[in-house]
Design a protein around this ligand. Sequence first.
Ligand SMILES: [Zn+2]
Length: 258
Amino acid sequence: MGGPEPKIDLNDDQLLRYSRHILLPEIGIEGQQKLLAARALVIGAGGLGSPVSLYLAASGVGRITLCDHDKVDLTNLQRQIAHDTTTIGQPKVESARAALARINPEAQVVPVQERVEGARLEALVEAADVVIDATDNFATRHAINRACVKHRRPLVSGAGVRFDGQVSVFDLRQDSSPCYHCLFPEEGDLEEMRCAVMGVFAPLVGIIGSVQAAEALKLLMGVGETLTGRLLLLDALSMHWRSVKLKRDPACKVCGAR
Ligand SMILES: [Zn+2]
């Protein structure tokens, strides 16, 4: 990750606010200090990005850069829990920033109201300690993956449509980790399934987004075992989880020559 971590001394309010984290021996003061010094990039402020950013802010992640070009629409509110009826018509990043500030005024939220791509995307990825893909289309997912491979940043990837969700981690700091392209080659004829057409069960994106938040926090603190090398698949209709082992594709066009 980017450089030495500055040690941030916790004040009395912070010791209280984060006390239930600090009580966990796996986290403690040291883990909480790492979160306070951490920089997360969340791309997408919709169904997945809402729970991701709410949990990262509540947990005390120091800086959250939140990207989304879109505005809040009435059809979003069934599942995009960072937004509410009063913010319809506002940019999603501004609506979410206000929601995060109400939970934790300490969280520094950087709103980026753009469809990030190209050099802009690369610079944002390079400046982050962890990248969370909370978008809903394959082109953007592949662009984020390429930037994470290039700059060796851990990528937490999630998706949900209808009652089906999936989530994984590509820890591209490790040579052995597969990348998103190893799993879903761009040239594959995967059907694009967007919420707008297919529908989505409201809590599905809450469940998947919460798993993404958990994995991001663990990556930032360096605790536990992440989903690197595993893809979790959820059928929320039967509430069955499946875990599939992932291997790096040596012929992958994105990470193969790494
Ligand atoms: Zn790959």
